[in-house]
Design a protein around this ligand. Structure first.
Ligand code: ADP
Length: 301
């Protein structure tokens, strides 16, 4: 029911007290290796919420690739469209200065996942065409996005992360856009991220995106800007965040899950805020993603 077309990385996370200056060497206080990448995170997040999920992506013929694929299988994902590339598995080096991260990524095999990659694989074409929701990000080539919008028959959601100026002709073929405020500024070609809610909404309107937009605002929650109608702010759930890694990924997956439950976009964003809040209270990326029954019930108001 959900297909994710996106990245698969091995995350190498070094815990640091501070980010080193250019040319400086510092010691890490911790090391953690785990499967990650926005594609993998969103796919596992949707599976843990109870969705049937197919993953379209690529790993290398190496230990990292085998570990990632095994993990996806253990999470119940359909990996028929996870290809083994000539390139090494994508790698993310994360400097983790709790609760925020500074990240350097080497795309590796993820660079293979372009338009032709999707088009030339029957399983991938079927997974995209048959899905009720297709979730995409920008850690794989933009051509994959073009293929998705051409093949998909269900709802298409683009999380334009990391910040990439996705051309309007690709972007505008998605049904729902889920940027954070920095990614929104990049899409808009604006020099700075908008702060005030009114500025966020004005920048969304300036995109003239024909679909619906949900802008995530970290601890400030999100704002749903429908194609027609008034924007609706959705508050974050107040929690003690210890690691915001994968908060955006779990938000996107939960948004898809909410839409599949028949919620409207605002209802789905409220559910996504609850799921993402749990993610921020746990350490790590994939490890931090909650099962549906681990998400506390909405407070009665
Ligand atoms: P990204 O990680 O992609 O930049 P955000 O930081 O905007 O995404 O976070 C996505 C969502 O996760 C937010 O809309 C919010 O619902 C939730 N979230 C993020 N940080 C916190 C936090 N400190 N407390 C509660 N919820 C949070």
């Amino acid at each position: 029911e959900v297909t994710v077309v996106g990245s698969l990385n091995m995350d190498i996370r070094l815990t640091v007290d501070r980010i080193p200056r250019s040319g400086e060497t510092i010691s890490a206080t911790g090391l953690k290796r785990s499967p990650g990448g926005k594609g993998a995170n969103q796919a596992v997040a949707a599976a843990r919420l109870g969705r049937r999920v197919a993953m379209v992506g690529a790993v290398g013929d190496d230990d990292a690739g085998r570990a990632i694929t095994a993990r996806l299988v253990a999470e119940g994902l359909d990996v028929a469209s996870v290809a083994v590339s000539e390139q090494p598995t994508g790698t993310a080096v994360i400097l983790w200065e709790q609760p925020e991260s500074t990240i350097v990524i080497e795309a590796g095999a993820n660079a293979d996942v372009d338009e032709q990659f999707v088009d030339s694989r029957d399983a991938a074409v079927r997974a995209v065409a048959d899905a009720q929701v297709v979730l995409c990000q920008c850690e794989t080539p933009l051509g994959a996005l073009a293929a998705v919008t051409r093949l998909a028959t269900g709802t298409t959601i683009l999380n334009p992360a990391p910040a990439v100026p996705v051309p309007a002709e690709i972007r505008d073929r998605f049904d729902v856009l889920v940027p954070n405020r920095f990614e929104l500024a990049t899409l808009a070609g604006a020099p700075e991220a908008p702060e005030a809610l009114a500025d966020v909404v004005a920048m969304v309107r300036g995109l003239a995106f024909p679909g619906d937009v949900v802008v995530t605002l970290g601890a400030d929650g999100s704002v749903v800007v429908p194609r027609d109608g008034l924007p609706t702010p959705v508050p974050a759930v107040r929690v003690d965040a210890i690691d915001t890694t994968a908060a955006g990924d779990s938000f996107c997956a939960a948004l898809a899950d909410g839409l599949l439950r028949g919620e409207d976009l605002v209802g789905a964003a409220r559910w996504a805020a609850r799921v993402a809040a749990v993610t921020t209270t746990r350490d790590g990326a994939i490890e931090s993603l909650p099962l549906a029954d681990e998400v506390p019930a909405a407070p009665q108001d």
